[in-house]
Design a protein around this ligand. Structure first.
Ligand SMILES: [Zn+2]
Length: 191
């Protein structure tokens, strides 16, 4: 839903997405591996993803997009831009080991309808911690969106909308169809 299938073809042709049999730290397996450094380097691609996410939450009355990482920050700008009315974007302050939101930005969180956005959700640990921060500031969390998730389909009761999971599911190992086929060989991903 939402994502133009020709975009997936373009990602493969551009070397941003690789097909195979990948094992992630979360314990899940997938048939696709996304290059997280290259993924948002091209605004012409990033805007398509931003649009797909905005479309999914178009009737959700999102007031603020909140982002836990610098990797999600570029994507969040597109999502906020495509919502109507446009949403504000609040990036967490990049401090090692902790997530904080600058005091000047807290009025955009307190009592607001907030959508959490990141580029990739790998283990879900960052998003879980960020949810705690936003709850503490009195946000009404509408949902979680990412380009791809290897952490399952929900975190702390919030559904994750991830644009690429319909094409590249993150299967728990015991249900992985590639493991069942015995091929191709598994490639372990370091994250
Ligand atoms: Zn597998």
């Amino acid at each position: 839903m939402g994502l133009d299938p020709s975009l997936v073809t373009q990602l493969v042709n551009d070397g941003i997405l690789r097909h195979g049999h990948f094992a992630f730290r979360s314990g899940r397996h997938s048939n696709g591996l996304i290059d997280r450094d290259l993924l948002l380097a091209d605004p012409a691609i990033a805007n398509h993803f931003g649009y797909a996410i905005a479309k999914e939450f178009f009737t959700s009355h999102v007031e603020t997009i909140a982002v836990p990482s610098i990797w999600g920050a570029g994507l969040a700008q597109w999502v906020g831009y495509f919502l109507e009315p446009k949403a504000k974007v609040v990036d967490a302050t990049p401090t090692p080991g902790t997530l904080t939101i600058a005091e000047k930005l807290t009025p955009l969180i307190e009592g607001r309808r907030v959508l959490l956005v990141d580029n990739l959700i790998i283990s879900g640990e960052t998003m879980t911690a960020f949810l705690g921060v936003l709850d503490g500031l009195g946000a009404t969390v509408i949902g979680i969106a990412a380009l791809w998730s290897s952490a399952g389909s929900e975190i702390a009761g919030h559904t994750i909308y991830s644009t690429l999971n319909q094409h590249y599911p993150a299967w728990p190992e015991h249900t992985c169809p590639l493991c069942a086929q015995g091929q191709p060989p598994t490639e372990v991903v370091p994250y």
